[in-house]
Design a protein around this ligand. Structure first.
Ligand SMILES: Cc1ncc(COP(=O)(O)O)c(C=O)c1O
Length: 393
């Protein structure tokens, strides 16, 4: 086989992430690599921290990107905050709550599962019952935006409940950050993590995290060393702390951080509130088109994420064949169902730079053509006008 440089095919990314990366970010990524202790690079790191504080709406000093994808942000929170024997309530309403449970177990903690139906928001009443039954719980963990179903939970209320029972909180905002409000300080979240490749529209591989003083105090007071050297915040902070003399911890992914800086700058220039409004407006247009086709959402409107639209696959339709044709004929990627929803739903993402009118037009038009040609029972000729009408509002 003759090996050549890899040139990816052109794609429109409307799955559960990664999202389309704008040319401005790709250009930033290709700038010359400099040393990771170069004063110019350290200046960039300080700006990345400041921009992340804006994105998370926090003043927390410990706000920085972990040099690995969202799963590493998740591990950073658990490895640093959970000690052997700690009881951790994990609210699970989809795939990612299950990964939190795994993390608790691997840290030697005791997970107490509070389970809700997939596609429904986390029920504060169930959390309260669990906290009453387990008075010695130390931490409550939850996913703000469940990417496996497209549901959003009321983090502000859940965090308040956890604090009333003297627990710290860990919140997954991988899919929410930049797409729907995440207000770390106002909601008093103790530890949060996210990902670069969803509504920030950066390349995958970085995980912004933020810890408040209460969470950091728990990290400092640990009786045992966490089992990960790489993710130990006591060590990582010697490289990321603002102003202080930086000590080598690991070689930062320098060019990836140029890209994240550019992505966060784009978000700052647009403004968080405007980004949230754009995601909502485009969701309404996509919804109008999908519902006009005859497809149904699995999450009720009030709990739905605008950036992740999960719809039921019509009866008798071959899931993989549809996604395959969208990719090969239209260069369009939509997401398959995950876990218990595999083969049952499609997950259509409108995240970050992917949340644009032209993408919605392509998606609705392509779906109508492919489903129509495959003989699916859909309504023909009404979806594009419905979508266009919603966009013009
Ligand atoms: C809610 C949620 N948490 C965690 C992750 C893990 O992130 P990554 O795939 O970047 O490791 C994802 C990825 O899709 C996610 O959607």
């Amino acid at each position: 086989m003759q090996l050549r440089s890899f040139n990816p095919p052109p794609r429109t990314l409307m799955g559960p992430g990664p999202s389309d990366v704008p040319p401005r970010i790709l250009e930033a990524l290709s700038r010359p690599t400099i040393g990771h202790l170069d004063p110019a690079f350290i200046g960039l790191m300080d700006e990345v921290k400041e921009l992340l504080q804006y994105a998370f709406q926090t003043k927390n000093a410990l706000t920085m990107p972990v040099s690995a994808p969202g799963s590493a942000g998740m591990e950073t929170c658990f490895v640093n905050l959970v000690e052997p024997g700690d009881k951790v309530v994990v609210c699970q309403n989809g795939v990612f709550g299950g990964r939190m449970k795994e993390n608790v177990e691997r840290c030697g903690g005791i997970p107490i599962m509070v389970e809700d139906t997939w596609g429904e928001a986390i029920d504060p009443g169930k959390l309260e019952d669990a906290l009453k039954s387990h008075g010695d719980t130390r931490i409550v963990a939850m996913v703000h935006a469940e990417t496996s179903t497209g549901v959003q939970s009321d983090v502000a209320t859940l965090v308040k409940l956890a604090h009333a029972h003297d627990c710290l909180t860990i919140v997954d905002t991988v899919t929410s950050l930049g797409g729907t409000p995440v207000k770390m300080d106002e909601w008093e979240i103790d530890a949060v993590y996210s990902g670069s490749q969803k509504c920030l529209s950066c390349t995958p591989g970085l995980s912004p995290v933020s810890f408040n003083e209460r969470a950091l105090e728990k990290v400092r007071q640990r009786k045992t060393k966490g089992h990960s050297w790489f993710l130990d915040l006591n060590l990582v902070m010697s490289y990321w702390s603002t102003g202080a003399k930086r000590a080598y911890h690991h070689t930062a992914p320098i060019n990836a951080l140029y890209a994240l800086h550019e992505a966060l700058l784009i978000l700052k220039e647009e403004g968080l509130e405007k980004a949230w409004v754009r995601h909502r407006k485009n969701h309404l247009a996509l919804r109008a088109g999908l519902e006009a086709l005859g497809l149904t959402f699995i999450v009720k409107e009030t709990d739905r994420l605008p950036q992740l639209n999960a719809v039921t696959i019509p009866q008798g339709v071959d899931d993989a064949a549809v996604r395959g044709r969208l990719l090969s004929e239209y260069n369009l990627e939509i997401g398959a169902g995950l876990g218990a929803l595999a083969g049952k739903v499609w997950r259509i993402g409108l995240m970050g730079h992917s949340s644009r009118a032209e993408n919605i037009l392509l998606c609705i038009g392509a779906l109508e053509s492919v489903l129509g040609e495959m003989g699916a029972e859909i309504n023909q000729g009404v979806a594009l006008p419905a979508m266009q009408q919603a966009l013009s509002r």
